[in-house]
Design a protein around this ligand. Structure first.
Ligand SMILES: Cc1cc2nc3c(=O)[nH]c(=O)nc-3n(C[C@H](O)[C@H](O)[C@H](O)COP(=O)(O)OP(=O)(O)OC[C@H]3O[C@@H](n4cnc5c(N)ncnc54)[C@H](O)[C@@H]3O)c2cc1C
Length: 216
């Protein structure tokens, strides 16, 4: 259910509050923008993330200002946006974008112990499924220097626009092209690091990414 803070006001018919829709957008997205206020100054910081059930996982250095602020209980707002295309109407006024986006507000919780280690694997596998089985796991020092936060998906909304432009009826007869231009995020061909030993093959997790391209 939308709350006072998560009710879509402009174009409210595009507001979606279904958990399944919210989750699908978060699973397809790649970057979260995390907003918080530090010493009276708002900041919005881009972050990788993973959805883990009804929460988002964020990771960063234990020394990061943002991570420390969030772990200390700073109220935050997390936004994920996917642009699906440009929408070109006959009139400049009705130009738009097709998109899927999610906004969640709440307070993060710092994870520890086994839950923290599992969350780190979830984060890696959310970006590249299967990668946590292939890469060397974190040692004690690496784990200690990394902070993992869980952000609740309780107060959350989605907004979705799809389909062609919507022109005013009197503009439809104008001899001006109108329509949509799809836009998608796509994996390119993997490029091995220059110091990868000869004969090390591209692993299944990476081949799997190429097969899935464009990213869902
Ligand atoms: C796609 C993407 C994914 C990322 N994923 C992660 C992640 O999962 N975990 C993580 O810890 N970091 C991630 N980063 C880096 C993250 O955006 C911050 O740069 C990082 O967390 C450093 O935090 P800090 O506490 O040092 O920065 P702060 O001390 O908070 O930053 C100080 C100032 O540096 C500038 N600044 C900081 N970051 C950026 C930025 N990204 N772009 C432009 N200016 C900036 C701003 O002016 C900011 O006020 C990601 C960045 C991108 C673009």
């Amino acid at each position: 259910m939308p709350t006072r803070r998560t009710t879509v006001r402009r174009a409210p018919h595009r507001g979606v509050y279904d958990r399944e829709v919210v989750h699908a957008i978060l699973d397809a997205g790649r970057v979260a923008h995390v907003g918080f206020v530090h010493e009276g100054q708002p900041f919005v910081i881009p972050m990788a993330y993973a959805r883990d059930g009804d929460r988002l996982l964020l990771h960063g250095s234990g020394g990061s200002r943002m991570m420390r602020a969030l772990a200390g209980g700073a109220p935050a707002c997390v936004t994920v946006t996917i642009v699906d295309g440009l929408v070109l109407a006959r009139s400049v006024f009705h130009h738009s974008m097709n998109y899927r986006s999610v906004v969640a507000v709440g307070t993060a919780t710092k994870l520890a112990g086994k839950e923290k280690a599992t969350a780190l694997e979830t984060l890696v596998d959310a970006l590249v499924p299967g990668r946590s089985d292939e890469a060397r796991g974190p040692d004690r020092a690496e784990l200690a220097s990394t902070m993992i936060l869980a952000f609740p998906l309780e107060e959350v909304s989605a907004k979705v626009r799809s389909g062609p432009p919507v022109d005013d009826p009197e503009d439809v007869s104008l001899p001006i092209w109108a329509g949509t231009v799809p836009l998608a995020l796509e994996y390119g061909h993997p490029e091995a690091a220059p110091d990868v030993a000869e004969g090390v093959p591209v692993p299944p997790s990476v081949s799997g990414l190429i097969r899935r391209s464009p990213a869902p």
